[in-house]
Design a protein around this ligand. Structure first.
Ligand code: FEO
Ligand code: CA
Ligand code: CA
Ligand code: CA
Length: 600
């Protein structure tokens, strides 16, 4: 088995066996340690974390909840800046005695402070891969009250004006930041994903607000969080436009702690999983982003202006405007096999490939709309409605998207879709989404001649699941040798061009989530190897794969059915009878002279 792994630089490790342990499991010969946990200090004056005595003021200076995306950026003095998203809060796990129908104001405000992002300087311990947080000058917390500048063609639109902000240009806070990306100019992009869950009473609004809200899944009555009781901006009857200021890609310059982060309207408004940048030969930049919901779409943005080289503050300031002017596109996929050969089980069609071609359909460019019946501002703010009108392809939950720095091919994680071919009125299997009741997802490989191309070809690289299931596919690699995988979520590349995939919902296979490495080229293409698993109830997020260090975010450990702060299902990472805490973990391979190369 392991012989097949030899010869692929970066992937020479003994694969981890799937398990259900309440632990982070790494390959033999590797070590791991927590970098930072929910509640650990980020800013000066942060109180020591005390699960039973939390305060909103303390949380605003501490590491937030449910870390998802993470980035490590080089900084002065050899340390790195760890930038992390805090996607959402789970109050029943955060507080003992939490009453879902009657949260206290302090609990709600702790929730606001536990969302957002953290910027934390980290120092590598000499001779080890261990990373230690430092209360550095650039440390920062972004929360639900941090001002964001709204930029791009919809900034200042009537659709974005509220009673508190009649200019429609400054929003307070960011929500449900899921995955993200590091830009070539050293800033962070982060997607506001399931923002719909925070707004109440859409059912009592008038048209067209009501049907627009419905298309985004905004709650018709009270929310389960009850935030609307403590801030009227979460009540759509009182503030119908506040929700239109969420659902964007945000950009943060972590090197400048005083800078105001921005929300880029030109990339459209939907449940942005992420945004990842490629630079075209002429210097224009391209951003890919998935709308993570069942039957939603894949998008691409092409900038009008060209990137300025260098990491100076001036270059960064300029480059932070690149995502404000350009053209937004949505993907339409065409399969090359007869639809009759796509039977919904995942059985390969007669050409032995789920593959075909596709095109990027323009939605809007600057103030110009390409969608009949919609203004450009409407396209940017109600992008799902625009994509519906142009016949985009409904996908199985488009998650992270990343281009290989070696080959330029673009990889898209399509997480799962248990409603396909099951829920009445919903679409059945198509060649790019070839299984009905799709529990395990697929990874799509998209080939563009050039990042600016408006046409592409595509091929399903992985059709995930248990390799013993005949209707899974691992790029044609012998399936008796690969690791089982379900629900791909985040993707990353190592320096050798291997793809790394983290998962969210491997419990569909009865195993814990994990991080996998797989070659996308050469004789080992498709030889998927499990590198790490996370504790019970957690998902694996935000992988960073460096030459001698891997980090992952362990999100929502212990979040299994029936568990709560009274009945914790995990005691990771603190052990004993402690409460589980979402954390960032570093993994390395110790050697005589310090960490060795990963997979060497
Ligand atoms: Fe927050 Fe799409 O995962
Ligand atoms: Ca085909
Ligand atoms: Ca995700
Ligand atoms: Ca996820």
């Amino acid at each position: 088995d392991e012989q097949r792994g030899r010869g692929t630089p970066g992937l020479n490790f003994e694969r981890v066996q799937p398990n259900t342990l309440d632990a982070v499991v790494v390959p033999k010969g590797y070590e791991q340690a927590v970098v930072i946990r929910w509640g650990d200090p980020v800013l000066p004056g942060a109180p020591k974390f005390n699960f039973d005595k939390q305060t909103a003021a303390g949380q605003a200076k501490q590491f937030g909840y449910n870390c998802d995306f993470a980035a490590l950026l080089p900084t002065h003095g050899g340390n790195q800046l760890l930038v992390t998203n805090h996607e959402y809060t789970s109050e029943t796990f955060m507080f003992k005695g939490y009453k879902t129908d009657n949260p206290t104001e302090e609990q709600v405000k702790i929730g606001w402070a536990a969302h957002g992002l953290s910027v934390v300087e980290v120092e590598q311990v000499r001779g080890s891969g261990r990373l230690k947080p430092v209360i550095g000058r650039q440390n920062r917390r972004i929360t639900m009250t941090t001002p964001f500048k709204i930029t791009g063609p919809a900034a200042g639109s009537d659709l974005l004006k509220t009673s508190v902000d009649p200019t429609g240009t400054v929003a307070l806070g960011t929500l449900n930041n899921c995955a993200g990306g590091v830009t070539p100019w050293g800033t962070i992009l982060s997607g506001e994903e399931n923002f719909n869950q925070y707004w109440a009473n859409a059912g009592q609004t008038a048209e067209p607000v009501k049907s627009r809200a419905a298309r985004y899944g905004i709650t018709s009555g009270a929310t389960s969080r009850k935030w609307e009781r403590f801030d009227k901006r979460f009540d759509m009857v009182q503030e119908p436009n506040e929700v239109n200021r969420f659902g964007y890609v945000i950009e943060l310059d972590p090197h400048d702690p005083e800078s105001m982060p921005v929300k880029h309207t030109a990339l459209g408004r939907f449940k942005h999983e992420c945004a990842n940048i490629r630079v075209a030969r002429d210097g224009r930049v391209v951003a890919y982003s998935g709308d993570d919901e069942r039957f939603e779409y894949l998008y691409k943005f092409v900038s009008k202006n060209k990137m300025r080289k260098g990491n100076s503050r001036t270059a960064r300031r300029y480059n932070m405007t690149l995502l404000d002017e350009g053209t937004l596109y949505v993907a339409r996929f065409t399969g090359d096999s007869p639809p009759s050969e796509i039977d919904g089980t995942g059985k390969l069609p007669s050409d032995k490939r789920f593959d075909g071609s596709g095109e990027w359909i323009p939605l809007a460019s600057g103030n110009r709309s390409f969608v009949p019946g919609m203004t450009a501002e409407e396209v940017y703010v109600f992008t799902r409605l625009a994509a519906d009108k142009v016949g985009a392809t409904k996908m199985d939950r488009p998650e992270d998207v990343e281009a290989s720095p070696k080959t330029g091919k673009v990889y898209v994680a399509l997480s799962n879709n248990v409603e396909r071919g099951v829920t009445p009125g919903k679409e059945s299997a198509t060649e790019p989404n070839p299984r009905n009741n799709n529990k395990h997802g697929q990874v799509l490989e998209l080939t563009e001649h050039d990042p600016l191309s408006l046409r592409f070809t595509w091929w399903l690289f992985l059709v995930c699941g248990d390799p013993n299931d005949p209707n899974t596919y691992f790029a044609g690699f012998p399936k008796d040798q690969v690791s089982p995988i379900s629900s791909p979520d985040n993707v990353a590349f190592d320096q050798y061009g291997n793809l790394w995939i983290s998962t969210d919902s491997a419990n569909a296979l009865g195993i814990n989530d994990g991080l996998y490495g797989v070659p996308v080229d050469g004789p080992e293409r498709g030889n998927l190897k499990l590198f790490l698993t996370v504790p019970r109830g957690a998902e694996t997020c935000g992988p960073i794969v460096q030459e001698r260090l891997i980090t992952v975010c362990v999100q929502h450990p212990g979040e299994v059915d029936g568990a709560s702060a009274e009945k914790p299902a995990s005691h990771w990472p603190d052990g004993g009878d402690s409460q589980p805490r979402p954390s960032v973990v570093a993994v390395w391979k110790p050697g005589r002279h310090g960490p060795m190369k990963i997979g060497s």
